[in-house]
Design a protein around this ligand. Structure first.
Ligand code: ADP
Ligand code: 5GP
Length: 192
């Protein structure tokens, strides 16, 4: 891979509903030189989501064209017919501004990025306090159909098994404590 201006990155992965987006949003507000990597995806925007802010909503044809043109650092079919990936251009842009790239990606994508960026990457696994609480949060968010919730819960069982492969496991039970811990872990990594 030939990314220019190579800098550091922080990777947040978790089963869907564990709270990683909530924690990442909190961290991004702390003014510690982080910038969110906006992923590309093939799905349609949900109500309230904006193109270029939440995702680059490419649609399936354009997404596949970008795969063929080798424009992704990593990409994955996270759910059947739902593709997600990080564009090389997105990382280049953030690093060229002298900032640290922050990822919110699924578990396999997170491990893939860690493998590529090694010591320049800090990979956190956000763990829910229990499987039952994960389901409760996913339902409470009210963004998925029953079928999608079941799909995500099934995937979560497999994903929880990968926690020990990350640099650190961040338990998200009390949100405020998890946010404070995330900030202190990331600050330590950036000052190493
Ligand atoms: P993810 O990005 O991992 O899919 P979200 O950040 O969207 O998860 O969180 C899923 C839901 O759980 C949201 O409704 C969020 O407000 C809620 N949530 C996040 N962290 C906690 C927590 N510590 N306690 C209770 N609810 C939480
Ligand atoms: P959602 O459809 O709920 O926004 O996201 C579905 C899943 O895709 C989440 O687990 C999210 O972390 C993951 N995801 C988002 N962007 C990327 C990416 O660029 N690469 C990978 N591998 N997963 C991603």
């Amino acid at each position: 891979m030939s990314l220019k201006n190579k800098g550091k990155c922080v990777i947040f992965s978790a089963p869907s509903g564990a709270g990683k987006t909530t924690i990442v949003h909190h961290l991004l507000k702390q003014n510690i030189g982080l910038e969110f990597s906006v992923s590309a995806c093939s799905r349609e925007p949900r109500p309230g989501e904006t193109d270029g802010r939440d995702y680059h909503f490419l649609g399936i044809d354009k997404f596949k064209e970008n795969i063929a043109n080798n424009e992704f650092v990593e990409w994955e079919e996270v759910y059947t017919n739902n593709f997600y990936g990080t564009l090389k251009a997105e990382m280049e842009r953030i690093w060229s501004e002298g900032k640290v790239v922050v990822f919110d990606v699924d578990v396999i994508g997170g491990l893939n990025l860690k493998k590529q960026f090694q010591d320049d990457a800090f990979a956190l696994f956000v763990q829910p306090p229990s499987y039952e609480e994960l389901e409760k949060r996913l339902r409470g968010r009210s963004t998925e159909t029953e079928e999608k919730i079941n799909q995500r819960m099934e995937k979560a069982r497999k994903e929880l098994a990968f926690a020990s492969e990350f640099d650190t496991v961040l338990i998200n039970d009390n949100l405020e404590e998890a946010c404070n811990k995330a900030k202190s872990l990331v600050t330590d990594f950036l000052t190493q």
